[in-house]
Each structure stands twice: as C-alpha cells, then as structure tokens.
Design a protein around this ligand. Structure first.
Ligand code: PSV
Ligand code: MN
Length: 406
C-alpha cells in the first residue's frame, strides 16, 4: 500500500520535472543539532514545573539527545551551554557522546546568569567584568578545541531598561573589543555564530538587537564570524525569509535556532505555529543551493541548523523528535518547488503564477516521501511511534524529579 502511494507521488513529481532522487539525498543530508538545555527542566518567570525523568547532568542530557538521533537519524549533534554543561573532563563528555552515537556540537558561552553580569557582560562599564566575560569566551574556544567542535554560538543578554541608563555607543565598542579578542583566539576552521534578539531580558535597548547589528559585527571581525538567526527573536510580522535571503547573498548566514513563537521568544516546537514561515525560509536556502555564485552555494551548504527550544510542559524527547520531523517536512516541501517555473513567472511579472508555483509545493503531502527516505536509511518510518514504543521514556522515570535546569 505504502509502495503504491509512493509510486503515485513519484510519478506526480516526475511529471512536474522534480528530480526526486536529488530531493531524497538532500533530506538525508539534513542534520539539525539539538540543544542540551532543551532536555533539562525549564519554565517561565512564573514557574518551572519539574518533570520526572529529566537528565540530572550533561551525560544524561547527551543520552536523551542520542534517542532523538536514534529514531530520526537527522540530529547527530548536541549543542552544549557552558557552564550549564560544565564538566571536569570534556574528553570524557566527548567520548560519552561518541559511545551513544552522537557528537558534541556548537559550544554556547553563557554570559547571562552570573551576578556580575547584572549591568552587562562584554558591555559592562567595569573593565574587570568585561575581562571576566572575555575570559569565559576564551574558555569556550578552548572547550570547542578539546571536543573538536567548530562552532561557537554567541548570544548576549546585554541591554538596558531605561533611556540614559548606559552609554549605548561605548557599549558597542566594548563588545567589539571583547569579541575581537575571542575571534583572534579561534582556529582558522572555527566559526563564530553571532545571534541577535530585539528584547528580553532587557526592555529598552539590547546591544545586539537585530540581524543588521550582528552582520555588522561579523563583517568587522572577519570571515570566521557569521550571523545566527533564531526564528523566535524578531518583532511580530518580521519577514525572516527576507533576512535569510539577504544574509545568503552576503554569504554570512551562519546558522539557525529553530523554534516556534506566537508572541515573544516562546521557544516552542519548531513549525508548530507557522509551518509556512519555515517553508519559505527553506525556499530561500534551496534556491541558494543552486545559485550560480560558488560563494552563495557554499554558504547554503554550510548552514548550522540547530533547534533552540524549551519544553516547559510537554515531554522533552518526543517534543524534539516532533521538531526534527517538522523541519524535515518543511525542507522536503521546499525541495519540491519548481524553481524554473517560479523564475519563468517572475520574468513575465506574473505575480499570481509565481506565488502559486511556490505555494503549491507546500500543499503536497510529503509523508510518503519521508517514509521512503527513512526506509532507505534503515530508520523507522514513524520516529515518534518508534520512540514511544521503545520504553525509554518509562525507563528514565527512575531518575525521578529535580533534574538539571537552566
Ligand atoms: C536566548 O533567548 C537564546 O535564544 C540563546 O540562544 C540562548 O543561548 C538560548 O536561548 C538559551 O536559553
Ligand atoms: Mn537561540
């Protein structure tokens, strides 16, 4: 039955001129890193509801992340956050990941949970605190070197709550100085991913508030610095796919933190609220994969895809699995866009034709395609069901409550 449905799908796509073998191999190549912190307890400023079975340390977080990889085959990397994932022996953590079929991914310095950073970290007016923050950035470069991770992912909570609270331009220079020191300490094949966010925890100004500020910083620092787009970090109504297209064209799109948001930085399951947005982001990427400029193609092939989510109420491992399969679904749909058809409609200024050519790819049911991809890769066709049937969720309940939290 499923073979029959897939054959129909194959026939349909062939008639549209889509190279399904290429689509399948693209989906197989898609890797989306999961965040270690997404397996721990999290909550809002009102309450953290502790869940049973939450990992108690970085080693158990990796074991949980390995489950997502085991059933999806698309999340071999686990991003770590320091000091949340601080251990005495990073080699041991790296080996543990390896033993469980995953590897350590982006290293995220944490410059927002120490009392010293109340008035800023790399933008603090006190040079001793800026020194402490820079030393932490350097420590993370060293950790990345030890665990053989190439990506350092930076997000700063730095900002102010009131006009006049601090000198915005001085802070800009201080940040640049600290990042310059970190940049110079990085190996040639390392990459600094600079994330931005327009508000929260600061409510008046945030030092790196938007993609333009991150881009400007990356450009000043040099080619090892790129921009990281967290899909939850924009004001309502922002056209994120436009930002993606712009950064791809400038060859500075470093990576993504995928998640869904309805109101602010909600960190919900990727594509749970607005799947069309993720589809349109992938449309830009798929187009760039075929660009005539080798630099743009190279950028499109080297994007660090990551989830950045906090599952406050729902069970964490299934929520990650759902996110990965959602990302695969939207990528698969974007790969079904007939770019020649879109281009021809654009040439004719046929607005409705162009919009239709993009949207109709979204409307195909890619379930048979994803089943075929998973079958060919020796994976369960329904990763969620396979995980739920595995008994792992029940097994980890013996950890009890009170696991790691951010
Ligand atoms: C900030 O909201 C952020 O998106 C950054 O990536 C942090 O490192 C992450 O969330 C962890 O809370
Ligand atoms: Mn993020």
């Amino acid at each position: 039955m499923s073979d029959h449905i897939y054959q129909l799908f194959e026939q349909q796509q062939k008639e549209r001129g889509i190279d399904l073998e290429n689509v399948k191999s693209r989906i197989k190549q898609l890797n989306v890193e999961t965040p270690s912190w997404g397996y721990g307890d999290s909550g809002t400023r009102f309450k953290v509801f502790e869940q049973e079975g939450v990992p108690r340390n970085p080693f158990e977080k990796i074991e949980d992340a390995a489950q997502v990889q085991k059933y999806t085959g698309s999340s071999p990397g686990v991003a770590i956050h320091i000091p949340w994932d601080k251990v005495d022996d990073y080699q041991k953590l790296k080996q543990h990941a390896h033993d469980h079929g995953v590897q350590l991914g982006a290293v995220n310095p944490n410059l927002f949970q120490d009392d010293d950073y109340k008035f800023g970290s790399v933008t603090n007016a006190d040079p001793a605190i800026r020194r402490k923050a820079t030393d932490h950035l350097l420590e993370c470069v060293e950790i990345a070197r030890t665990v053989k991770s190439k990506d350092l992912s930076l997000w700063f909570a730095d900002g102010t709550n009131y006009p006049g609270q601090a000198d915005i331009r001085k802070r800009k220079h201080w940040m640049e100085e600290c990042l310059r020191e970190m940049y110079d300490a990085m190996d040639e094949d390392m990459r600094m991913l600079i994330e931005y966010k327009f508000f929260e925890p600061a409510f008046y100004h945030t030092d790196l508030a938007d993609w333009g500020m991150s881009y400007n910083m990356a450009q000043k620092l040099g080619p090892k610095a790129e921009v990281l787009v967290d899909t939850g970090h924009h004001p309502q109504g922002t056209n994120i796919e436009h930002i993606v297209a712009y950064l791809l064209d400038e060859q500075r799109l470093g990576g993504f933190h995928f998640n869904s948001r309805k109101y602010a930085d909600d960190d919900l399951i990727a594509a749970a609220h607005n799947p069309y947005e993720l589809f349109l982001i992938f449309y830009q990427i798929v187009q760039a994969q075929k660009d005539k400029s080798p630099g743009i193609r190279k950028n499109a092939e080297n994007i660090a895809y990551m989830l950045d989510q906090c599952h406050n109420l729902e069970p964490k491992i299934p929520a990650m699995i759902r996110s990965i399969t959602n990302v695969q679904t939207l990528y698969a749909k974007a790969l079904l866009i007939n770019l020649e058809e879109v281009h021809a409609a654009q040439e004719r200024n046929d607005i409705l034709g162009a919009e239709h050519a993009v949207r109709k790819a979204f409307e195909y049911d890619v379930t048979p395609l994803l089943h075929a991809v998973r079958e060919e890769s020796g994976l369960p066709i329904d990763p969620m069901k396979a995980y739920l049937d595995s008994g792992y969720g029940a097994k980890i309940m013996s950890r009890g409550k009170g696991g790691a939290s951010w």
